[in-house]
Design a protein around this ligand. Structure first.
Ligand SMILES: [Zn+2]
Length: 391
């Protein structure tokens, strides 16, 4: 029963492409499911998030199940063995963009809520919200801000792939821009100018030597250069007057934008003192995205880390609920990638856990897929979490 429902809903969501900012049709598909399943209320907001709500007949907590409905684009269809929008099933796996990251979890959550409604009607305490969140892929936790403002959840379950284990923390992420300033000149007389790219080479070397901080649970706060650009670009016989690089810095708990920038700024300052031709500055990158509704979301690309102890009562309770499922055998771990949890737990300090089908390493891959057995087990896990926190 559960298998047919989850596979059918996931198939519809996979066949409906939903790149970030283009989620409208997939949202409509999910709304139909919520309507047919008799959800008590279906809400949306300016960013286009869709929230299906079940209301209990007694006062109680609001439990929010969070899954983003956007996916990263397919770069080269020809490199896929399966149609990325075909929802083909082979050897017990469904293939397609978003199967693993993370429409599979979204379908499992929605089906678990539908089964919960069928089983208990309104006989429970509090509220269960299934949130399909837009624009997560390059702007984690920003559209999610609208949801926590409206629904004030007491507990959030992030459905990102956890291999059906229980995540109690996550590294955060920050994008850092470093700029060097040069002096433009004709490239036939480069000595008249100052090449910003040569300065940047020195900066990059110096920053590579910075040690990464480490946390026993979350691992290393690694920093990786992800792009570089000279200005003007393309440069036609001109010594570039500016060079900009972006770093992706993974964050550990307790780190702030200021604490991450401080050692970088120190390196730039010392470099400039030794070699006055190096004029560089560092800052947090800003983002701006347009939602399918036309609304704009903007902010600094700073998404904090979070971590809760195994002994935290809500973590224990979730663990025990999952252990009761014959389909699950969860262990504790953390997410290496960034999720909407950065907002709920990192910014708002709302108790948050992660539990979802599939593996982190399958996100954004060619021939992305999810095991159907994982979907069925996830559906059962979500159902048990709903029961545990609202009885
Ligand atoms: Zn994801």
């Amino acid at each position: 029963m559960a298998e047919n429902e989850v596979v059918s809903l996931l198939g519809k969501l996979i066949r409906t492409r939903s790149y970030s900012g283009e989620e409208k049709a997939a949202v409509r598909e999910l709304r139909l499911f919520f309507e047919n399943a008799g959800f008590d209320e279906i809400a949306t907001d300016r960013t286009g998030n869709l929230i299906g709500i079940l209301r209990g007949n007694r006062k109680g907590p609001t439990i929010l199940f969070d899954a983003h409905i956007d996916t990263v684009p397919v770069q080269d269809v020809n490199s896929w063995r399966h149609d990325p929008f075909g929802a083909e099933i082979e050897d017990g796996r469904m293939y397609g963009r978003g199967t693993s990251d993370m429409k599979g979890a979204l379908a499992a959550m929605a089906c678990a809520a539908a089964r919960f409604k069928k089983t208990y009607g309104g006989d429970f305490a509090g509220r269960i919200c299934i949130a399909a969140v837009v624009h997560e892929e390059c702007f984690e936790g920003v559209a999610a801000r609208e949801i926590s403002r409206t629904f004030r959840p007491d507990l959030v379950v992030i459905g990102e792939a956890s291999e059906l284990n229980l995540k109690r923390g996550q590294r955060g992420r920050m994008e850092i821009r470093v700029e060097t300033e040069g002096i433009p000149a004709h490239s036939s007389n480069p000595e008249k100018g100052l090449n910003a790219v040569y300065s940047m080479c020195k900066v990059i070397e110096a920053l590579r030597a910075l040690p990464a901080p480490e946390n026993a649970f979350l691992g290393k706060g690694i920093m990786e250069l992800t792009d570089i650009r000279s200005d003007p670009y393309p440069g036609a016989s001109v010594v570039p007057e500016k060079c900009t690089v972006t770093y992706d810095r993974r964050l550990l708990t307790g780190e702030t934008a200021g604490s991450v920038l401080a050692p970088i700024e120190k390196v730039l300052r010392e470099l400039g003192e030794k070699d006055p031709s190096v004029r560089a500055r560092a800052y947090v990158a800003e983002g701006r995205e347009t939602c399918y509704t036309g609304a704009e979301i903007a902010g600094r690309r700073f998404f904090p880390a979070w971590e809760y102890p195994e002994e935290a009562p809500f973590v224990k309770k979730a663990y025990e609920a999952l252990c009761e499922s014959p389909l699950l055998n969860p262990v504790f771990s953390h997410y290496s990638f960034c999720t909407n949890g950065s907002h709920y737990a990192g910014e708002e300090q709302i108790p948050t856990i992660g539990f979802g089908p599939s593996e982190e390493s399958l996100a954004h891959t060619v021939d992305e897929s999810v095991a159907i057995a994982d979907l069925v087990a996830a559906e059962d896990g979500y159902f048990r979490l709903m029961r545990a926190f609202t009885s």
